[in-house]
Design a binder for this molecule. Structure first.
Ligand code: IVH
Length: 662
């Protein structure tokens, strides 16, 4: 047998590392299920050997350290975690303890879905939202007020008789937002988030609220507090009250008279969890009466009046029978594992993504191996690890020719993806059309997989722009296409012409240019033609456009085929100009400049435009309100006035430095 002291120490080391990866860096290396198993083993050993207890053991801690860069705020009362029940027996144990401690009193349970996000407190004063704080380590959290403000389901003003109150609840990202975010990140060459919870956590802790806003977070409340304590005596009533006040409260909840009803709720939602637009990882069960909660009290880290019934991780073991290679719109080749069909959490799974060659290498995977697969928010499950090597195994090799068109495949230095470089590859064309028509891009309903396959295979569409020259006659030559659906599709295509310019820019499918970057480009340059003609340096004036993105945009518009596509889209009548709707914001927001003298390289008009694009103002005369005077040759009296008033004077170089994206 192993020495328990050594095993305990090793487990603690391991858990601390994984906690750091998970809570601080948002980059977990193991699944939650694996983490839970380590934690339970440690709890078990510490229970068996009380002499090994230590105040700094991961079992003694509620969460992770707040990150540098945010103000730390102490919670009005500790934000506790919950003990877990992993099966029916453990839930019945919990119920028995509650009944014993309440000595025969009648009581009720409230059951709620356990949404898989991160908890956050929101404070209100005089009916107004004033502050939001993440859970942090339970005692002290991070102030994320400005980020929380961007969450649409968090009311900023509430009608209530309460002078000051606090709500606590869960910040989540629903699956659609999660998938969209990951798709956009992949497109920009960034790593994917492992699951919606990590994505929500990462999004709430961003330093830029604007980015958080684009992440579409959601907030569900489950506590209403005044002065750090429940505001009402019944938890069930507080949920109703919260809902009445305008907060989002999960509608799937019950007031249960006993453990049987609680179990029925748990079973029902384990079966139905796929119906929900967000991930749940279990059910939270709370004693309804706050008076009784008080009687039951707390252990060192969790209340005795509540428990989390955790669903098993949606993992399964199966065999990889083959690896297929798919071609995406940028030509990227993605290996996809074909699996012996297996059921995971009520869904039959036959494929799992392997992302790229490096991932296969990392997993040490070969065809024929038994693998653990997991579904965690993604539609396509992923391979977690190799469980057992197959007796007949075959190594996977990335093909050197495109499996669709036979074109050359290259893997550039520093890239994880191999790509088919034939721009006429039909797989690339199909993916480009699907991207063009997709929701959030040109939004053309009806242009899905089946239609695009036919359009391309029959040669009706050879370029995305051909969509705009489709006719009723052409469409009606397709299988199962009636006059009515053909008419609808044509109308949807016609309507797509009204999409604003950033959508058109996104639709072009330039690498690294997703919805966000497209808006920044439009904000910075206004028209498609200016973007198409901009130089590498120029392009980097747009927010978030660095050398890599600029290079990609620049190259795109140098390619004659792309130029032709752009021209045809212009002829079709798509929007090529852009009127900013955003209030000016940017590097120079709130600053006023006065220009004087002749600048060495840029004209006064150019300087004015640059300053205004970055959100600054340009004024004709120097006053106390002037932030900076920008002086060139022969500056005249303005510089004297600036010196009198103590206004700092910049030269052209300093101005340009201020404008550089950080
Ligand atoms: S109550 C003292 N209710 O699960 C009670 N938590 O494992 C503390 N969660 O930290 C939490 N849905 O992040 C509660 N309806 C719900 C919940 C919920 C999700 C999360 C929350 C908490 C964790 C506890």
């Amino acid at each position: 047998m192993r020495d328990p002291a050594t095993e305990v120490e090793e487990l603690r080391e391991d858990l601390r590392r994984h906690e750091h990866l998970y809570y601080v860096l948002d980059r977990p290396e193991i699944t939650d299920a694996e983490y839970d198993a380590l934690m339970r083993r440690l709890q078990e050993l510490e229970g068996q050997h009380p002499e090994l207890a230590a105040p700094d053991s991961p079992t003694q801690r509620v969460g992770g350290k707040p990150r540098e860069g945010f103000t730390k705020v102490r919670h009005t009362s500790q934000m506790l975690s919950l003990d877990n029940a992993l099966n029916e027996a453990e839930l019945r144990d919990f119920d028995r303890r509650v009944r014993e401690l309440l000595g025969g009193e009648t009581f009720r349970y409230v059951t709620e879905l356990k949404m898989d996000g991160l908890s956050m407190a929101a404070h209100y004063r005089g009916g107004q939202f004033v502050q939001a704080v993440t859970r942090g380590d339970g005692m002290v959290g991070e102030e994320v007020t400005e980020n929380a403000r961007t969450i649409r389901s968090l009311p900023l003003r509430v009608q209530t008789g309460l002078d000051a109150f606090e709500v606590r609840g869960e910040t989540v990202m629903n699956r659609r937002a999660f998938e969209r975010l990951n798709a956009e990140r992949e497109e920009r060459g960034l790593s994917r988030f492992a699951n919606p919870r990590n994505a929500a956590a990462g999004s709430l802790r961003l330093l830029e609220p604007q980015v958080t806003a684009s992440r579409r977070l959601d907030y569900y409340t489950y506590f209403l507090f005044t002065e750090g304590r429940p505001a009402l005596d019944s938890h069930w009533q507080s949920l109703d009250e919260l809902s009445r006040m305008g907060f989002k409260v999960n509608p799937y909840r019950t007031l249960a008279p006993g453990v049987e009803e609680v179990l029925a709720f748990c079973t029902e939602w384990e079966r139905r969890r796929e119906e929900l637009p967000y991930e749940i990882d279990g059910v939270v069960i709370k004693v309804d009466s706050v008076g009784q909660q008080r009687l039951l009290g707390y252990t060192a880290k969790a209340p005795r009046w509540a428990i989390a019934y955790k669903y098993p991780a949606r993992q399964a073991v199966t065999t990889v029978v083959g690896i297929e290679v798919q071609v995406g719109r940028t030509g990227a080749l993605t290996p996809v594992a074909h699996l012996k069909a297996v059921e995971v959490g009520g869904v039959t799974v036959a494929r799992a993504t392997l992302h790229n060659e490096d991932e296969i290498e990392r997993l040490g995977l070969e065809i024929g191996d038994q693998v653990v697969i997991e579904r965690s928010g993604d539609v396509i499950p992923k391979v977690v690890r190799v469980q057992e090597q197959g007796s007949y195994r075959k190594k996977f090799r990335m093909p050197s020719a495109c499996p669709v068109c036979g074109g050359t495949v290259v893997r550039e230095e520093g890239e994880s993806a191999s790509r088919c470089i034939n721009t006429n590859c039909s797989a690339r064309l199909k993916e480009s059309i699907l991207h063009f028509a997709s929701r959030g891009v040109m939004n053309i309903d009806g242009v899905g997989d089946a239609l695009v396959d036919q359009l391309v295979d029959r040669g009706l569409v050879e370029s995305v722009a051909d969509l705009y020259s489709l006719t009723l006659e052409k469409l009606m030559t397709l299988e199962r296409m009636g006059k009515k659906s053909a008419g609808n599709i044509l109308r949807n295509i016609e309507n797509s012409k009204k999409n604003p310019q950033p959508r058109v820019l996104t639709a072009l499918g330039i690498r690294f240019v997703g919805e966000r970057t497209a808006v920044f480009l439009a904000e910075a340059f206004g028209s498609m033609d200016v973007i198409a003609g901009a130089g590498l340096e120029d392009l980097q004036r747009a927010e978030e456009v660095g050398p890599k993105v600029a290079e990609s945009i620049f190259q795109f518009f140098r390619e004659p085929r792309n130029r032709e596509l752009v021209e045809r889209l212009r002829e079709a009548g798509l929007q090529f100009t852009y009127q900013s709707t955003r209030p000016k914001g940017g590097a120079l927001k709130g600053l006023t400049f006065v220009l004087t003298g002749t600048l060495p390289n840029i004209s006064r008009e150019e300087a004015t435009q640059l300053i205004e694009t970055a959100g600054g103002k340009v004024s004709g005369s120097v006053s106390k309100k002037t932030s900076f005077v920008v002086a060139g040759e022969d500056p005249g009296s303005k510089i004297v006035k600036a010196q009198d008033l103590g206004v700092p004077v910049l030269d052209e170089e300093m101005l340009l430095a201020l404008l550089k994206p950080t």
